[in-house]
Design a protein around this ligand. Structure first.
Ligand code: HDE
Length: 712
């Protein structure tokens, strides 16, 4: 099993390594002069005084009162009293990792951005994934949008691509963001619910704001309950511009495609995980990196030539619309690999400050009114969250590029600016720092000189008016299984809404405009009449389905990093365990041996076999698949354990591939489970292969009907 002690060889990490990786990491870390290591160091106060006693405060006599003069205790407690900073107003719960970006080739024809010119160049990145609604300590597996924010430390300055795992957004104009967030956040009177949108204020708002329909159906889909952070797509959402050295601009949409495929949890699994392991996603990312199974994404763009801006049946500036990949395929630009965990969660993941306004020459904004508002909001929020305008000096935010200018002072200034002239132009300091011309060879930033001739108005363009056709496209592009999950999600969420008029409005005025069958199914589960027709005319799109939207089409090749539980007990056949583990390890799966307790298992051959965890300690929801090893006695032992039986039944209900040695058949008989395409028994390599193939399909969807019939 790959573990921290026994990581896979670099050569086994298909596609993730280049010889320079270690150098890049070393170079990056040497630039991070603030990374502090206390190994071998004396304990000192913040003023550098060595501390002799860190156990007892200073007092007048052993049993006497504490003394105010105890500067050591006062310094320690004062610092502690102020350890917390305000959490992010949205995206408070997050997990971060370091890595690098590497272009596949030069993309000079598209952009002059330096990090996209040279396939040899490795640009350090820091990524923060997040949920949106819940506070810092909320569960990872709630139904929610996930943030996907990437900071590229390029040689020309920091580029932040602050995206989500869904390609659209709830609103079209930034001025509505506080309304939306107030509606989705826990309700103000009782601070409930934590981490979810299944409550009145959210559904009140979205049922009144039809432009949210497309994004809401994404959040009711399996995309909102990702299996892991490394199995999520990422999207820049807005249209941006890329500009080449000749000044030619193209519109682009940014995409991240996970090498591990796009996979999701089942709703029941997600809910259980929120209790069994609230850090499920954070732990998965951490462990994947620690064991050398580095998460990887392909970075790509959909490119629309400037002159084609108006050739679509939607507006490129409308962030509630996608460009279907069938119309404009994604051009791959490079890859991102996450290969280093943070040393300090607070200093890195909590203090990292993203801003969509952090761009570099060769990239520019579009006029999307949501993006335009974001350009203001992020820096503004950091000022209160990170305590002033010097947050760019916090180590995790510092660009690797130099950043000299005339900005001075303010709270927590760290840089010790030399010289007398903090203004420009100056003659006293030789005129430095000076402007750089915008020519590509020089590198000064220049905005794209878009011609604008317009009235100053508060108006939305009529080209933003269609709110339903793409929501419909999304629904109709889903497989029947995915559609059923969407129906269930709306039913669950609206079922939690107390006010019937809100439920009715969502069904009649939103869902009926997306798809009448969807509306009828949700209505049935809410005990409402099915709407007969929609309330608006929805334009029929020439594109009826977009296969690129269905997760069924987005699985990875192979099962690298999939987690398999192998159940063992006293009397297990250790040759069989070896054979199964070898077969799975050859596919780079991550295996855990689970016993009835943490005690080593006595094998049929008389050996002691160490287990990784107990069946009770690592429930089936933590795994992608389960195998039951051979052994007559061990099977009897498992038959006698309620935990083991529950583990198997739950794995079955969650449509997980299951493999059992022939001798373990009595377990299936006892549970009344019938073999299917993903429930296999046998002891030969052919069975292992079939098991691995079933894992490659993620779940045994054909089992869904049979599984539903089994009590939870
Ligand atoms: Fe954000 N958003 N947002 N957002 N957003 C924040 O900035 C905001 C939007 C996104 O891991 C805040 O530093 C406005 C879209 C991510 O640190 C805040 C609008 C998308 C993160 C803010 C939006 C995002 C944030 C809170 C509407 C996907 C977490 C803390 C105009 C493209 C970044 C902070 C991290 C965080 C404002 C809409 C993604 C308040 C005003 C659309 C991934 O500034």
């Amino acid at each position: 099993m790959p573990s921290k002690k026994n990581p896979p060889k670099e050569s086994q990490l298909a596609g993730t390594q280049t010889p320079d990786r270690a150098n890049t990491n070393a170079k990056l870390q040497s630039l991070e002069v603030f990374r502090s290591d206390a190994t071998g160091q004396a304990l000192r106060t913040n003023q550098g005084v060595k501390v002799a006693d860190n156990q007892n405060s200073l007092r007048a006599g052993e049993r006497g009162p504490s003394l105010l003069e105890d500067f050591i205790m006062r310094e320690k407690i004062t610092h502690f009293d102020h350890e917390r900073i305000p959490e992010r107003i949205v995206h408070a719960r997050g997990s971060g990792a370091h890595g690098y970006f590497q272009a596949y080739k030069s993309h000079a024809a598209l952009t002059k951005a330096g990090f996209l010119q040279d396939p040899e160049k490795m640009t350090p990145v820091f990524v923060r994934f997040s949920t949106v609604q819940g506070p810092r300590g909320s569960g990872d597996t709630v139904r929610d949008v996930r943030g996907f924010a990437v900071k590229f430390f390029t040689e020309e300055g920091n580029f932040d691509l602050v995206g989500n795992n869904m390609p659209v957004f709830f609103i079209q104009d930034a001025i509505k963001f506080p309304d939306f967030v107030h509606a989705v956040k826990p309700e103000p009177h009782n601070e409930m619910p934590t981490g979810g949108s299944a409550h009145d204020t959210f559904w009140d708002f979205v049922s009144l704001v039809p432009e949210s329909a497309h994004m809401v159906i994404w959040t009711m889909s399996d995309r909102a309950i990702p299996k892991s952070l490394r199995t999520m797509q990422g999207f820049g959402v807005h249209t941006f511009r890329l500009i080449n050295a000749k000044g030619k601009s193209s519109f682009v949409k940014f995409h991240w495609k996970p090498k591990a495929g796009v996979r999701s949890l089942l709703w029941d699994e997600a809910q259980k995980l929120a209790g069994k392991d609230a850090d499920y996603h954070r732990r998965d990312l951490w462990e994947a990196i620690e064991t050398g199974n580095y998460p990887e994404w392909e970075f790509g763009v959909q490119i629309v030539a400037e002159e084609d801006e108006h050739k679509f049946d939607f507006d490129l500036l409308d962030p509630t619309k996608i460009i279907p990949e069938e119309l404009v395929p994604v051009t791959p630009l490079g890859k991102m690999v996450l290969n280093r965990n943070p040393d300090n969660f607070f200093a890195e993941t909590e203090q990292v400050a993203f801003c969509p306004g952090h761009i570099v020459p060769g990239i520019d904004f579009s006029n999307d009114p949501l993006l335009q508002g974001r350009l203001f909001s992020y820096t503004d929020t950091q000022i209160s969250r990170l305590g002033g305008p010097n947050f760019h000096e916090i180590p995790i935010n510092r660009p690797l590029a130099p950043n000299h200018n005339g900005q001075r002072d303010a709270l927590h200034r760290v840089t010790l600016d030399k010289g007398r002239a903090s203004y420009e132009p100056n003659s006293i300091d030789g005129g430095w720092p000076k402007e750089t011309p915008a020519a590509a060879s020089e590198g000064g930033f220049e905005s794209y000189p878009e011609r604008i001739e317009a009235h100053k108005v508060r108006q939305r363009s009529p080209s933003f008016a269609d709110h339903f056709s793409q929501a419909r496209l999304f629904y109709r592009s889903m497989s029947p299984t995915e559609q059923a999950h969407i129906v269930n999600a709306y039913s669950f969420e609206l079922g939690k809404v107390e006010r019937v008029d809100i439920r009715r409005r969502e069904v009649n005025e939103i869902l009926a405009n997306i798809d009448l069958k969807l509306a009828a199914q949700v209505a049935a589960s809410l005990g409402l009449p099915a709407p007969k027709k929609g309330t608006v005319n929805v334009p029929e799109l020439p594109l009826k389905q977009s296969p690129a939207l269905s997760q069924m089409n987005l699985l990875s090749e192979g099962i690298r990093g999939h987690k398999v539980a192998v159940l063992v007990a006293d009397g297990v056949d250790d040759k069989h365990v070896d054979a199964v583990v070898k077969a799975l390890e050859a596919e780079s799966a991550q295996i855990k041996l689970l016993g009835l307790t943490l005690a080593p298992v006595q094998t049929a051959q008389g050996k002691l076999l160490a287990v990784d965890a107990s069946i009770e300690g690592m429930p089936s929801v933590l795994f992608d698949a389960v195998w039951v090893a051979a052994g007559k006695t061990s099977t009897q032992a498992l038959l006698g354990s309620g935990d083991a039986l529950h583990f198997l039944l739950e794995a079955y209900k969650h449509l997980k591939p299951m493999g059992l040695a022939s001798e373990a058949q009595p377990l299936l008989d006892r549970l009344g489970l019938k073999s299917d395409g993903g429930l296999l028994s046998g002891d030969d390599p052919k069975t292992y292969k079939a098991f691995i193939n079933a894992m490659g399909k993620h779940r045994v969807w054909a089992r869904e009907g049979a599984a539903e019939a089994i009590p939870a």
